[in-house]
Design a protein. Sequence first.
Length: 197
Amino acid sequence: MKIGLYFGSFNPIHIGHLVIANHIAEYSDLSQVWFVVTPHNPFKKKHTLLDNYQRLEMVYRATKDYTKLKPCNIEFNLPQPNYTINTLTYLQEKYPNYEFSLIMGEDNLKSFHKWKNYELILENHHIYVYPRVLKDNPDSYREKPQFDGHKKIHHIDAPIMQLSSTYIRNAVKDGKNVKPMLPEFVWEYLDEMNFYK
């Protein structure tokens, strides 16, 4: 089975995340997309980051009606700070019959050469890249990255989403209605728990 790993803090998960993950699950050769909730880095200030299990709960609620989308807490038990290569190695040992790929935005691909053991990741895993455009600089990711044409890197023509978790958190803090931007069950949970207010 081919699994795409979509890493993020998902603080909170929103409809943009679901649109991208679902598009990749439906229009690529991947069987499933796992939302890998990244734990709070103990060396960084927490600021507005919710507890690991609260963010996992939101991902669970957001994906429960989608058979190809799954929440994943695999990084919660790995030593921190963690690197993607460690997660991939751990998953490959735990699920030897699965083939794991990475899902990332074009912005992350541009800095991918700075990742720990990036050559090893590319040697053993495929990468599915979705388009990202910054509102203040539409041409920011249009130039060809150094990995252009690499046989392990697949550019997916997913919809471009201009939504961010930061925008949603700020809107909630300002008392705005963010309901249309979130999966219904996530909005209900946020509202019930008074998160980000």
